[in-house]
Write a protein that binds this ligand. Sequence first.
Ligand code: C5P
Length: 313
Amino acid sequence: MLAVVPPPVTVRVPAKVNLHLAIGDLREDGYHDLVTVFQALSLTDEVTVAVTDDPGLEVFGEGEGSVPTDATNLAWRAAQELATYAGRAEGDDPKVRIVLRKGIPVAGGMAGGSADAAATLVGLASLWKLDVTRDELAAIAGKLGSDVPFALYGGTALGTGRGEQLVPVLSRHTFHWVLAFDTQGLSTPKVFGELDRLRAEGNPPRIGSHTPVVEALASGDPRQLALLLGNDLQAAAVSLRPGLRRTLRAGVNAGALAGCVSGSGPTCAFLCADAQAAVEVAAELSGAGVCRTVRVAHGPVPGARLVGGDDAP
Ligand code: C5P
């Protein structure tokens, strides 16, 4: 009898920007306690998973040459973890092919690798018809990386612990962003390490409480939110990549309300007054010669979702 092979499944998954990223001290396990406010943006990757006799992973699009296609890819590790959880582990290689179509910059501080892992979990749960909830997937996601659970849920959320413990945050209206991609990525552990070094040397200012940011999100006023964007990793990213200072200035000169380094960088995120302003800021920033490419995006948007389906866990 012929086995019925299920059709491939495609999942769209958002990038994130941290509106507020307060980093605590280095923990014994090598991570830092943090308090962050994430927002999921309309800049996305698409991940297709398919049953195959020829397991592997392919990457197309943004940064395709610099993404590992071996077992170190976080999407592949997600497939292994889910296979083990579901009792489907067949040696180290789940019998799946994973195709990543990337729009999120690689090593850009927008959690692109985490997004791919989250999308792989949602895609395989559907492909394998697993009876798992999104909260069960989030528990697996948290083991894979600090930002993976947020990519599952999307929206706007307060993250604590390593960033993996999430509570949704009310965000009224849509916020409009311009993103400036840099020519080269930055390594997240190196940026955290640089912050530790800067803190050991002196006492760089730390951002305050997240409460005003949560209030500004509820008000829906981008001008109020713009005054409050803050990222403790920004000084470290700028220290490693001094040219980011010029990029941040250029975005504000182009008419953005405010700009910040996104997560560990080097992508810079600029909050704009409305959709029209974002298009104008993007056009002017493109001509300023301070970054590789510019994108417009809005948020919040939902987390990892099946394309053309509504039965995601
Ligand atoms: O969790 P994830 O694998 O994405 O983290 C990548 C690296 O970023 C960690 O190895 C660590 O160096 C740093 N990190 C941290 N504290 C966090 C999250 C990440 O120091 N809360």
